[in-house]
Design a protein. Structure first.
Length: 64
């Protein structure tokens, strides 16, 4: 599960928990913390969409 420009928040964990209660395995990907970024709402260039896509594919590799 990927987060929004606001970063990981309570709503992300709530969705993850809801999915887990339904029997879905959830991997929450954090694209900001490893880069020292808290959020990108004010500056979307801090973490590019390409970087977040690469994070998603890296998460798939972890699960493979």
């Amino acid at each position: 599960m990927l987060h929004s420009a606001s970063g990981r928040g309570a709503i992300d964990w709530a969705y993850a928990e809801l999915l887990m209660w339904e029997g879905v395995v959830v991997l929450v990907v954090d694209s900001f913390s490893p880069r020292g970024v808290y959020r990108t709402v004010d500056d979307q260039t801090r973490v590019s969409a390409s970087a977040m896509i690469l994070d998603a594919f890296a998460a798939c590799d972890v699960l493979a």
